[in-house]
Design a protein around this ligand. Structure first.
Ligand code: KG4
Ligand code: ZN
Length: 353
């Protein structure tokens, strides 16, 4: 993306810090040389036995891992702290304790090194992640953000100009994958496990609802779908099931219902906005069935779908560093205090401009 330099454009590489949920991540991005280094420490093993993220354990593990990760990426990038142009940290939305670890570390390091710090919106970072790739999407585009915490369609007219077109009224798509996986007895985190099991199943075996598809509008609802799977499991239990094949068929039928809904609403959003580029980001964007159906659907209408590489679909700091660079270059003011916003509306971010 071509940007005019101004007085707030970072004068050196940007360090990104991400601690909003259960991944500790650090990265160094340079406008001229690209991504210089990135590292992610996943807490999956830590939370697995609880079947979900335990916020207090997440905060403590971020504390333990963050500074060594930062040292590691600075060494990999061959950059010293004071040579950085800025430090960008995720300020929300997310778990408040987890966010505070990254925010206080980010502010503290920036102060110590005498460089500006900038607070970053996690969902903005997700939707800009494809700009890190070799053939990035040009603005404008529609973004489908599908993660464990969010499901939303956003019209992106330009950098910083975001209009939320629709979002989930209950569970996020990733959350629905995780909860349904649990119902099917799959280990945490369930999304990728369910997708794997679905590969062995028949998607047409169980007629599950395509939530909110018949209604106009661009909102989503996934909690009824999870309940529909639960009802099927109960029925199968009455007959001694569900057996191996039943579980695979249920997984495939569930995945098909979620993917059909996400694809149909994405196309509806493209129609409503007149855009022909779709950006998909967030953990569920790693789902192969979703990727295949969207690719075919966009090809059929002469449009194109863009993804970050799989590692940057899920939480990472490369997207945070890039967003920090873009925000500062666009004239955003650096943080003067520690910012941590567990709830932070993307539309409110656009209004701040
Ligand atoms: O973006 P992300 O790493 O974290 C959040 O900010 O939430 O997304 C994680 C979510 C989880 O719910 C996970 O189950 C889901 O993405 N996920 C998948 C797949 N890989 C990750 N869901 C479906 N299919 C996948 N292949
Ligand atoms: Zn995320």
């Amino acid at each position: 993306m071509e940007l005019q330099k101004n007085s707030t454009t970072p004068a050196g590489p940007v360090l990104g810090i991400e601690t909003s949920c259960d991944e500790t991540a650090a990265a160094v991005y340079d406008a001229e040389r690209g991504l210089l280094a990135h590292a992610v420490h996943s807490q999956v093993a830590l939370h697995a036995r609880y079947g979900g993220v335990v916020p207090e354990l997440a905060s403590r593990d971020h504390l333990r891992c963050l500074l060594p990760l930062v040292d590691g990426v600075l060494a990999d990038a061959n950059v010293k702290g004071p040579e950085l142009g800025a430090v960008a940290y995720t300020a929300g939305p997310g778990l408040v304790g987890a966010l505070l670890v990254g925010a206080t570390a980010g502010m503290g390091l920036a102060r110590a090194w005498g460089v500006p710090a900038i607070a970053i919106h996690h969902m903005e970072a997700h939707l800009l992640a494809p700009l890190l790739e070799d053939a990035p999407p040009a603005f404008p585009f529609v973004a489908l953000l599908v993660s464990g915490g969010h499901t939303m369609l956003v019209d992106v007219a330009a950098f910083g100009a975001y209009v939320v077109l629709g979002q989930t009224v209950d569970d996020a798509a990733g959350e629905a994958f995780d909860k349904t996986a649990k119902l099917l007895g799959l280990p945490y985190p369930g999304g990728p496990e369910l997708a794997r099991l679905a590969g062995q199943g028949a998607p047409a075996r169980f007629a599950l609802p395509r939530p909110m598809l018949k209604r106009p509008g661009l909102d989503f609802s996934f909690s009824g779908l999870k309940t529909a799977v639960m009802m099927q499991v109960r029925q199968l239990e009455q007959h001694g099931g569900p057996g191996e094949q039943d579980r695979a068929d249920l997984a495939a039928s569930f995945q098909a219902a979620v993917v059909d809904t996400l694809v149909a609403k994405s196309l509806r959003a493209l129609d409503a906005t007149g855009r022909d580029r779709l950006v998909v980001a967030g953990g569920v964007g790693a789902n192969e069935q979703l990727r295949a159906q969207l690719r075919d659907a966009l090809e059929a209408r002469g449009g194109r779908v863009y993804y970050p590489r799989i590692a940057f679909c899920t939480d990472n700091a490369a997207m945070v560093a890039l967003t920090g660079y873009l925000r500062l270059s666009a004239g955003a003011r650096p943080s003067t205090s520690v910012q941590a916003h567990p709830r932070w509306d993307l539309a409110a971010l656009a209004r701040q401009e």
